[in-house]
Design a protein around this ligand. Structure first.
Ligand SMILES: Nc1ncnc2c1ncn2[C@@H]1O[C@H](COP(=O)(O)OP(=O)(O)O)[C@@H](O)[C@H]1O
Ligand SMILES: [Mg+2]
Length: 236
């Protein structure tokens, strides 16, 4: 039986107050096991990014618990959260968020903290860049590569600290469909190769094909599986 790497318990997030109050997440509970490739799907405004931001410790819940690798993260101080986030979580965003003045290799090394010897880090970064097919581009500045290549670099950067979970919010949202497909396949193959947990938010479930799990968010509530009633409606 593989270990649980994430447990979300009775998570609630409320934005604003009074008339403008939004209940973005309502009593969300689920857990994820090591190596699972999980999609979070749902329509725009359903609460997908809010949920990912809570798991990524980028924002704090109004109530509820988020256990990452057994640690109850809501109990961590702001300082503890930063180092915990950097060591346990990898991030891939819709826009690759590379620093354009740095090379591709330097970008991949950015999340690596100084306690790792630089030679080891360098070797691991180069190996990751080979694995994502960017070996020949690694000494180029980040603004000299294509959007698809930038997203490959972002995947390598997200993996450099061997995180417990890689979180991706619409990682293909800014790519044409052919490039998007190669990025999806790359994430899936890296997940298999490294037994790496991925949690990916997308509004385009179709693009991902077969995955381990789908969690649907609807009006702030989470459901296991695909949104069947809507699918049937489309089929009719
Ligand atoms: N920082 C914020 N302040 C106020 N409301 C927010 C904030 N972030 C998100 N919301 C609201 O929470 C709901 C869920 O948003 P979000 O998680 O971004 O949805 P999704 O990613 O599924 O499109 C929406 O109604 C949105 O307007
Ligand atoms: Mg979103």
């Amino acid at each position: 039986m593989s270990e649980t790497v994430l447990e979300v318990r009775n998570l609630n997030k409320v934005f604003g107050q009074g008339d403008t109050q939004v209940r973005a997440l309502i009593d969300v509970s689920f857990s994820v096991k090591k190596g699972e490739f999980v999609l979070i799907v749902g329509s725009s405004g359903s609460g997908k990014s809010t949920l990912l931001n809570m798991i990524g410790l980028l924002d704090r819940p109004t109530s509820g618990e988020v256990y990452v690798d057994g640690t109850n993260t809501v109990k961590l101080s702001d300082n503890q959260i930063s180092s915990f986030r950097n060591s346990k979580l990898g991030f891939i965003f819709q826009f690759s968020n590379l620093l354009v003045d740095l090379t591709v290799l330097e970008n991949v090394l950015l999340p690596r903290n100084i306690q790792h010897s630089s030679q080891t880090a360098m070797t691991e970064a180069v190996n990751l860049l080979k694995a994502v097919g960017l070996e020949s581009q690694m000494n180029k500045r980040a603004n000299k590569i294509s959007g698809g290549q930038a997203q490959r670099a972002a995947i390598a950067r997200g993996l450099i600290n061997k995180p417990t979970i890689v979180l991706a919010d619409e990682p293909t949202g800014n790519l044409d469909s052919v490039t998007a497909d190669t990025i999806v396949q790359l994430m899936k193959s890296m997940a298999k190769k490294l037994n790496q947990t991925f949690i990916i938010v997308t509004h385009d479930r179709h693009q991902f094909g077969e995955v381990d799990r789908v969690i649907t968010i609807k009006d702030g509530r989470a459901f296991e599986g695909e949104d069947m009633p809507n699918k049937m409606e489309i089929a009719v």
